[in-house]
Design a protein around this ligand. Structure first.
Ligand code: GAL
Length: 986
């Protein structure tokens, strides 16, 4: 039953009939779909075997789409070099998406491309230095710079488009770039390149909020969408319980902007990024907690949105040089799936909504009828604290009343009743239970004239729908509602069956033929079988119990004539068959074999749990991860027990000891030879801030090929004896630091941080941009300058990444220099080995290494021999307790049992206020806190390196531990590691 008769509405499309739309929704192969998607950046999880893990988790939440930014900077490290290898590859994304059954919106951006709190908004660093023309225009040098990258994207996309049986549904050609007429030519140029390259799926665009400036003629994309972050960005996590109200303008904006298209939100707030010095990601998770998802996401539905993607559903890690200056390494985002890939309570809410949307075909086509502010014909709301919007399916008459608090931020408990027209006249809801309750920040859909499965008829419900559909021969309806509220629904009970005997459930036979009203009294918790017969099953649970259930799509063993080739795993296209499985931490997939008698489940356990299954009646045998499970029939359910493998208790991680140490700042020792360094003698730059003072020489790392990580500058002068100080303006971006030395003497470290940026506790973009540089006088200590010979000023600058639009061409380095009492002769500059054209580590890529001496030598890489190094514990800090940079390296073995997914993190001491910064390298990757298999070798040797930068002459004592966050029995399968080892470097 997969292919259905085409809908009669007139449709539009890109260049293929496979993907079309009308004013209501999208169609894929003539099927109406609600595109329910989440954002995930593969570059933030550089282990291709784990992409399937994220996709499976998204699909398990009921999502059918994933939106993916591709990072140009990582893929196109220098002019003419396109590197779609290793974790930058696109084909493994498409293969994993197809396997999981999820449609892909690819967002190669390119033009500030992507934002995403990543350096230069995704634009390749070399462009920020080499291109003189204005970015994101039709400037010829910019066009020449980006076109090869777009060609590479096109080549990968074309064979993977939905029209070819692949998973790629949309390509978003630019991001949040105001579609004013002046940008139209640029959009048109992009579109032409995609079309000429053979991309036939719709080209889309994500407008910055309600931009009102989208293009109608030349340059117009096929499908326009807008994004919205109603809880704010930048520093909103500081006040996580302060809600902004819902935006009431969405629906009218859609009508005024693109009424012939369905309402598309390519990004809607799924969490938020945290900033240096910010409150941490748990605060961002709280800001966007389940109640936020409940109220705000359903408000989007009320605005008749039919395509939506939550930014982010899995955030991951902005490792290496990926972050833009405001954010630190973790990009957890407080998302539904946390950085260590654990499922949060936000995932549960996403699933409650996701399975409802997946179950409810009538919801895919609705007219917006009215709301409390406009009035809704024939509808009376009794309860002024409530707000209701009516959406109605014009074909089936199904009505969806989206209810919330009139003041959407209110935390009061309220109740109301609703008098509505429906198929059988007029009805006041509820009939028997008094009123409908909203507990504080809550939203509910009250539904009338809903059908489910083959013959299920639900007249109305004030309880929420978790799942509706057919399982085997039965129509199954699974409702839920808060245990401290009462709920009511009315339906036709079919077959000869049994009613629940629970005292909390009351059945009333209505006068109308065959209709039964079911009232659930407050206090009903756990899972209740309301009604069961051979043809019908009705379940009710509290929301927490409901979220313990999974509804995996069951792939047909052999595709039928109706299956769309390529879409075998896709719900709605390859299969509409499912089972309900309650208990496990995660169910990844399910198959039914042996003439329907064996149900094979795969998934993860975080504990031993009881198992509750709703399956076709023929199923008598169940396996879990290949092992038989004892199940017995308990009424309509199969129940059993899943025991977590004893081997999970063997999972241990060692203490990090036996550190070896080497100094990593030989540049400040007397006699250091920098003759091989690059002479910084350019006098022209495309970077926006031109040299401020000095003699015209450009001292920006990126102009010499050193765009990522630490860059060192050495200014030589032949002293005359009257030099007393250096006056420097140093740019590094928000939260950067720079240490300055004269010969072998430390002068001082300058830095900027959130505290200095914000005077009012709030952090605005202006605050951030205002602290991307420091001007200071670095006074030479007595006796540090030796007259009559070469003296050297050494500056170590941490480049925090480039700004996003419109400041991608960010100054990073020394914008102004003056030697008080003298003049600088030669300036030398040094950054990552080989610069962006010739860096040695092609696997980890251009973003990984910076210019610290140890990085250049490859000390962070596995296999580097530290046997000649000094034993020194990390907690002892640098020898002598002075400012400087040192490398600490240790190794340890892991031996985790097979078929476990261990979520581990590295933790530096809590609330560190000591004056140091540290870079953590895990098996050669400059990584952050949460480390996945693939980066860590779960069955072998691992190398940890810490580059410790002591910022002043104070002894520091860092501590670092490896901790287990959780051990899961199961996992996505074998994970290949690709951690190239050290080789001699020149
Ligand atoms: C959006 C942008 C995303 C990301 C987000 C905030 O406006 O499109 O790329 O930057 O803001 O996390």
């Amino acid at each position: 039953m997969v292919r259905k008769a085409p809908d009669s509405n007139s449709k539009s499309n890109g260049l293929t009939d496979v993907v079309q739309w009308d004013n209501y929704s999208l169609f894929i192969h003539d099927q109406r779909v609600f595109l329910h998607s989440g954002e995930f950046h593969t570059f933030r999880l550089p282990v291709p075997d784990l992409w399937l893990d994220i996709f499976q988790k998204m699909v398990a939440a009921g999502l059918n789409g994933v939106s993916i930014y591709i990072h140009m900077g990582a893929t196109n490290p220098s002019r003419g070099v396109l590197d779609f290898n290793d974790w930058r590859a696109l084909q493994p994304i498409f293969d994993a998406a197809k396997l999981a059954g999820i449609f892909v919106t690819l967002r190669p951006g390119k033009f500030d491309f992507i934002n995403a709190e990543t350096t230069a908004g995704g634009i390749a660093h070399w462009i920020t230095s080499e291109v003189a023309g204005e970015l994101r225009t039709t400037a010829t040098d910019w066009t020449a710079a980006y076109e090869p990258y777009v060609s590479g994207i096109i080549d990968a996309v074309v064979p993977n488009q939905v029209s070819q049986g692949g998973p790629v549904l949309f390509v978003q050609i630019d991001n949040e770039f105001n579609q004013t007429p002046s940008h139209a030519a640029y959009f048109a140029q992009l579109e032409t390149q995609y079309r000429e390259g053979g991309v036939v799926i719709p080209l889309t665009y994500n407008d910055l909020n309600e931009g009102r400036n989208f293009i109608n003629g030349t340059g117009a994309v096929d499908l326009y969408g807008l994004d919205s972050y109603p809880q704010g960005t930048t520093s909103a996590c500081l006040n996580p319980t302060d809600w902004s109200p819902v935006a009431t303008s969405y629906h009218s904006y859609h009508l005024s902007a693109n009424p012939a298209q369905p309402f598309y939100m390519p990004e809607f707030q799924g969490g938020l990024f945290d900033f240096w010095g910010g409150p941490g990601y748990d605060a961002c998770a709280l800001l966007t907690e389940p109640a936020f998802q409940d109220v705000f996401y359903k408000h989007n539905w009320a605005s008749n949105v039919k395509l939506i993607s939550y930014y982010m559903v899995y955030g991951g890690t902005s490792w290496g040089g990926f972050p833009f200056p405001v954010v630190y390494t973790s990009y957890d985002y407080g998302a539904a799936i946390r950085e260590n890939r654990a499922l949060s309570d936000k995932f549960d809410e996403l699933k409650r909504q996701g399975l409802f949307l997946r179950s409810s075909s009538e919801f895919r086509k609705t007219d917006w009828i009215g709301d409390t502010s406009t009035g809704i014909p024939g509808v009376t709301l009794n309860g002024s604290a409530a707000f209701v919007t009516l959406l109605k399916n014009p074909d089936t008459g199904t009505q969806f009343f989206v209810t919330r608090q009139a003041d959407s931020t209110s935390t009061a408990n309220i109740s109301f009743t609703l008098t509505v027209p429906f198929s059988q006249g007029t009805l006041t809801l509820p009939q028997t239970t008094g009123s409908i309750a909203l507990n504080g920040r809550q939203s509910k859909l009250i539904i009338t004239d809903y059908t489910f499965g083959a013959a299920g008829a639900l007249l109305y419900t004030t309880a929420s729908i978790f799942f509706a559909g057919t399982i085997g021969a039965r129509d199954v309806l699974f409702l839920f509602g808060d245990a401290d509220q009462s709920h009511e629904f009315a339906l036709v009970l079919t077959g000869a069956g049994t009613r629940s005997a629970s005292s909390r459930i009351q059945f009333t036979n209505a006068t109308a033929a065959g209709i039964t009203t079911v009232a659930i009294a407050s206090g009903a918790a756990g899972l209740l079988t309301v009604w069961e017969s051979p043809s019908q099953l009705v379940l009710f649970a509290d929301p927490v119990t409901a979220a313990m259930f999974w509804a995996p799509a069951i792939k047909a063993p052999t595709p039928s004539n109706d299956t769309v080739p390529g879409f075998e795993s896709f719900w709605q296209f390859g299969t509409n068959e499912t089972v309900l499985v309650g208990g496990p931490y995660l169910v990844r997939n399910a198959t039914i074999s042996n003439e329907g008698s064996t149900l094979a489940l795969r998934g993860d356990l975080n504990a031993s749990v009881s198992l509750t299954i709703v399956a076709p009646l023929e199923v008598r045998e169940v396996t879990w991860n290949g092992e038989r499970v004892d199940v017995r029939a308990e009424g309509a359910l199969l129940t059993g027990w899943l025991t977590q493998s004893a081997s999970v208790r063997e999972v241990k991680v060692p203490a990090l000891t036996e550190w070896k140490f080497a100094d990593s700042l030989p540049e400040v020792q007397s006699g250091f030879d920098d003759s091989s360094w690059t002479v910084a003698n350019k006098t022209r730059t495309n970077i926006e801030v031109k040299p401020l003072f000095g003699d015209g020489r450009v001292l920006y790392g990126c102009d010499y090929g050193f765009c990522e990580g630490h860059v060192l500058f050495r200014g030589h002068f032949n002293a005359n004896g009257s030099e007393t100080a250096a006056n420097l303006t140093i740019y590094g971006g928000f939260s950067f630091a720079a240490s300055v030395f004269i010969n072998d003497r430390f002068i001082s470290t300058v830095s900027t941080n959130a505290q200095s940026a914000s005077d009012d506790g709030q952090l605005t973009s202006a605050d951030i941009l205002g602290v991307d540089h420091v001007n200071a006088l670095f006074a030479f200590p007595d006796g540090s300058v030796v007259p009559g010979r070469d003296n050297v000023l050494t500056v170590v600058v941490d480049n925090m990444g480039n700004e996003e639009y419109p400041d991608e061409k960010s100054a990073r380095g020394i914008a102004g220099f003056e030697l008080v009492g003298g003049t600088f002769a030669t300036w030398k500059v040094q950054g990552k080995l080989g610069g962006y054209t010739n860096f040695p580590d092609k696997v980890r890529g251009v973003m990984n290494e910076g210019g610290l001496f140890g990085e250049r030598e490859g000390w962070h890489l596995p296999g580097f021999d530290t046997s000649s190094w000094t034993p020194r514990d990390l907690s002892e800090g640098l020898p002598g307790g002075g400012a400087g940079v040192g490398f600490f390296v240790t190794m340890f073995d892991l031996a985790f049992p097979r078929n476990t997914d261990v979520l581990v993190s590295f933790q530096f001491e809590e609330g560190n206020t000591q004056p140091y910064r540290a870079l953590l390298f895990v098996n050669g990757w400059k990584f952050g806190k949460a480390i996945s298999p693939g980066i860590l070798d779960y069955n072998g040797k691992n190398t940890i390196a810490v580059a410790l930068w002591a910022l002043d002459n104070t002894a520091v004592s860092p501590s670092l531990e490896l901790v287990i966050d959780s051990v899961l029995d199961g996992g996505v399968g074998p994970i290949a590691t690709n951690n190239p080892v050290w080789e001699p470097r020149s």
